[in-house]
Design a protein around this ligand. Structure first.
Ligand SMILES: O=C(O)CCC(=O)C(=O)O
Ligand SMILES: [Fe+2]
Length: 284
């Protein structure tokens, strides 16, 4: 339970009048900030007055540091990355999204699964204070590799870096997730909410996340696609393929979910990229 904010009659009327006059929600939030309102509280107030779900409102992108690096979106029909040919079979403009074919070979997929299997644990998420927590929205098991932990992981990191023109040092450790029938990952954003109290801690090293690459290590018999509800798009989980998408903090179009596996199992490797170097590579 969280307490409801009392909204004065004047403020309520001002928000309604301003939006009726054709000003967008971002502009209303900006004006409220200029008048000294706390951005987090403003979002809740505007959501309540306009009867909008809070998650659909843009998070304030105000941050102390200048924006960092942005990825280069792979172009169709094919990109060569570190000597490896990757097909681009579907492109979306907003958010920038690509379905990538053959980012991993069948053998690389099998090898990643074999390396990860003995190290699986119930997958965690980062809470609003920046702490790792068990999350009922995410019922899969997972593990992380450290940067360049084994030659295969290093090779994949170099491939993703070349593909998106973002140095491997901007990557978080490769995460492996394993879903069984019924397991899913409910709709969420991969960017960190600038209005959450833990934001500064989570982004102190590396800054904001800028893109995700979800690589499918097997083909579930049924279900397990990655859905983008704002686009009405579901990407089929197929071994060796991936979905890449890029975003800014607060970008609601990048909402996505791992749909429940209906039959068989699902294995993925996820690479999240940051706007600034996240870790120094452990090897030269
Ligand atoms: O399981 C999926 O398809 C999506 C995974 C995901 O959203 C993530 O790892 O952030
Ligand atoms: Fe995600």
């Amino acid at each position: 339970m969280h307490s409801r904010t009392t909204i004065s009659h004047e403020l309520r009327e001002w928000i309604l009048a301003t939006t009726r006059a054709g000003h967008g929600v971002p502009e209303v939030l900006k004006l409220m900030k200029e008048h000294g309102y706390d951005p987090r509280q403003s979002r809740s107030i505007v959501a309540e007055v306009l009867k909008l779900p809070l998650a659909t409102l843009p998070a304030s992108t105000a941050s102390g540091s200048p924006p960092g690096l942005r990825p280069k979106h792979p172009g169709a029909p094919e990109v060569r990355a570190d000597g490896h040919a990757i097909g681009v079979s579907l492109s979306v403009d907003a958010p920038a999204l690509r379905v990538l074919e053959n980012i991993l070979s069948a053998r690389e997929c099998d090898e990643l699964i074999a390396l990860a299997r003995p190290r699986l644990q119930r997958a965690l998420t980062v809470d609003s204070e920046g702490r790792q927590q068990v999350d009922r929205r995410r019922t899969s098991e997972g593990m992380f590799f450290t940067l360049d932990e084994v030659p295969l992981v290093g090779r994949i990191e170099r491939r993703v870096a070349a593909l998106l023109d973002v140095p491997a040092s901007h990557g978080e450790g490769l995460q492996i997730l394993h879903y069984l029938p019924g397991q899913a990952y409910e709709p969420h954003f991969d960017w960190f909410d600038p209005d959450q109290p833990g934001y500064e801690t989570i982004t102190a090293v590396g800054g904001q996340r800028i893109a995700s690459v979800v690589m499918y290590l097997n083909t579930p018999a049924r279900g397990g696609g990655t859905a983008f509800p704002a686009l009405g798009l579901t990407v089929t989980a197929r071994r060796g393929a991936a979905v890449y998408f890029a975003y800014e903090g607060g970008d609601c179009s990048s909402l996505h979910a791992g749909l429940p596996v209906l039959e068989g199992e699902k294995w993925i490797a996820t690479k999240w990229l940051r706007e600034r170097p996240y870790r120094r590579p452990t090897k030269a």
